[in-house]
Design a protein around this ligand. Sequence first.
Ligand code: SF4
Ligand code: SF4
Length: 518
Amino acid sequence: MAPLDKKEEYGAFDSVDEIFKIPALECGAMADTNTFAAAPEHNEPLGFPGELIDNWQEVAIAKMGELAEKNRAFQVYLDACVKCGACTDKCHYFLGTGDPKNMPVARQDLLRSVYRRYYTFAGKYFPWLVGARDLTKEVLDEWYTYYHQCSQCRRCSVACPYGIDTAEISMAAREILDTVGVGQKYCNEIIAKLKKTGNNLGLNPKALRATLEDLEEELEDETGIPVKLPLDVKGADILLITPSADFFAEPHIDGLLGYAKVFHAAGVSWTISSYASEAANFGMFIGSYENMREVSWRIRQAAKDLGVKRIVFGECGHAWRVGYSFLNTLAGPFDFLDQNYPIPQHIMEFTSDAIDDGILKIDKSKNDEFIMTYHDSCNVARGSSMGRKEGGQFDLPRKVLKAVCNHFYDMEQDTIRENTFCCGGGGGLLTDDLMDLRIKGAKPRMTALQQVTTDHGVNKMAAICAICKTQFSKVMPKYGYGMDDIMSVHQLVANAVILDGQETEEDDAPETAATEEK
Ligand code: SF4
Ligand code: SF4
């Protein structure tokens, strides 16, 4: 890859110079960028009205009051902002589009101004004094537009001295919209599909089994070892909950093969469930507790039915946020699982432990053609943790990467770990009708990537989020990179792990990762 001197087509931009140019400020520049609205068949299975209801204004205002009463944090977020401006330049969509309405504080104010009008003394009697406004159809439309230009990444909340979380406001706004029948097609269609088939793809158990058998064949051709990808095995120790993208898309599949190799090398019994064959939980994106709970409940049911002892999550950012932060309250208690392990556990913890225990034979030179960097996914970085030590969500993926690759460089500090930039496609925005926004929103991340390409020759970026991987494989070509320049962390693990009995090209015996980690 040589992205900086490529002179081919740059998608939305005329030239490579234009790609990284900071856009001029233009209020309302993104006002016409709207995601497709859900049809009745997408809304109704989720328990929402099929289309905008007649008394929508009354219902929306009541829902706002209900949310403020039930969720104290939401009310504090609406009351506490002092307009200090610390969050204004933290949003990748503002930086990429130049639209001040994409500043986090402006996004919050879309809802705050209405809340003030109906739920504060000053707003009721002196609305002009406190920037309060009526909930009109125009305001509702503006909510739909700009709350679907927020990926709920929380980068702005790290900068806010009051900890105001725009993601929570964005979720509340979407919940209110859904309640009056204005849903987003992408999210609602996916949730409805999951409820019907167990995964976002609508893949039935027969098709899933055939897919896994094909992958087993692929692994055996490559290694000469019959590595299994088991489905619905009762009594297995581990239930793997992974995003369905791992079953069909690149580079996700290669990550799944990596988990299988690690489980095989560790000698554990594991299984995937056809009933809960999806880690993703889009209920969070639309702010719907009921839908988030229903999706989570399938995981509990699958674990019980299969009689497993542990639950391990694959590489999926928001799934891990729901799993780590909410699974026990949504679908617990998980007292029927082995309490000696985290419930749930992340595959990165599992692999990290296997490395520490010297279980994995690793040949790092298998990844020598890759000069790696790592993209922290928002929901892992700011919405959860991992492992037994603070900061594990940042350190474990880097530790695993360094154990399987010889060349690794981090991007600029202000763009990684808790300050990471969103890929531009999170929060339910990974849909083609928002491609322009997605390309522009990826700009801050791609600028940081370009820097390590220039400084260190970095030619690949790894991630542990299915949405990030899909987003980057689509938008990286617009920035002069290849669509395969985004990789799964476990894809690199798969390349480097040598299984017992596996034929290798080299005569030299591989060293163990425990002795090699930098
Ligand atoms: S949560 Fe992320 S996308 Fe939303 S306003 Fe804040 S920085 Fe922007
Ligand atoms: S940083 Fe916090 S207090 Fe300051 S403008 Fe943004 S949301 Fe308001």
